[in-house]
Design a protein around this ligand. Structure first.
Ligand code: GLP
Length: 237
């Protein structure tokens, strides 16, 4: 059973998640962090940056990346991670990877899995959750054993993410995402969610049946999960 912490604001939630990261890094300065994009983890990055820790030896692996954006596009997750995580937190750019960068798409998944293994696995994975219940970009129907691979985004997810682009037709159709199996291998999962529109996905992930129809429910198979939500996101628990 996941530990569920309900806090009044996303700022307090981000502070708690930042504490978990800070305590890990104090024990292990070269810890391996699983990084998430989206609006949800922003309060965590903000709270962590405010602590002014030396994170220069931390290694990072992003959950996912779009396929099909022009190189250097500001909404590529490489660009987002650089802007929102690497620069404000003082991470070392060469120690942070996204699942699709240089190299052929066909082998991107294999290369990413090998890089995570070579780093010794992810110590702490920050997760958001989509309104479809996706974690990373593992949409409903994803296998719990899945590894990093190319996936097609659902129309719902493309619509949800259209706010980051000029129009819906600019949102990519495909991505490379860590699989549910990849995510479940991280040693500690910290799932954050805020707002009423996440309430159903949170309830399904934490308390619903463990089912591929709601990929976030995979967290119930993990022995060390912390779910940090605000009251609105907890309203269906
Ligand atoms: C995005 C990301 C996910 C993220 C989720 C929620 O599409 N690929 O990793 O957790 O959707 O996004 P947000 O935090 O902006 O609601």
């Amino acid at each position: 059973m996941a530990e569920v912490v309900i806090l009044p604001t996303s700022a307090e939630a981000g502070d708690l998640a930042a504490s978990a990261i800070a305590s890990l890094v104090s024990r292990r300065p070269d810890a391996v962090l699983g990084l998430a994009t989206g609006s949800t983890p922003l309060s965590t990055w903000r709270a962590l940056a405010a602590r002014g820790l030396d994170l220069s030896r931390v290694r990072g692996f992003a959950l996912d990346e779009y396929v099909g954006l022009p190189a250097g596009h500001p909404e590529s997750y490489r660009a987002v991670i650089t802007r929102e995580v690497v620069e404000p937190l003082g991470l070392t750019p060469s120690l942070v990877r996204v699942p699709y960068d240089d190299g052929p798409l066909a082998t991107a998944g294999e290369r990413y899995e090998a890089a995570i293994d070579a780093a010794g696995g992810v110590d702490l994975q920050i997760l958001g959750i989509g309104t479809t219940g996706h974690i990373g970009f593992n949409e409903p129907g994803s296998s719990f054993a899945s590894l990093t691979r190319v996936k097609t985004l659902t129309e719902q997810t493309r619509a949800d993410n259209a706010r980051f682009f000029e129009s819906l037709d600019q949102v990519p159709m495909h991505c490379v995402t860590q699989g549910l199996g990849t995510i479940l291998r991280a040693r500690h999962l910290v799932l954050l969610a805020f707002g009423e529109r996440k309430a159903e996905a949170v309830a399904g992930a934490v308390e619903g049946p463990v089912t591929a129809s709601l990929p976030g429910s995979a967290i119930q198979l993990h022995p060390h999960v912390t779910v940090i939500v605000d009251e609105a996101a907890a309203s269906r628990l």
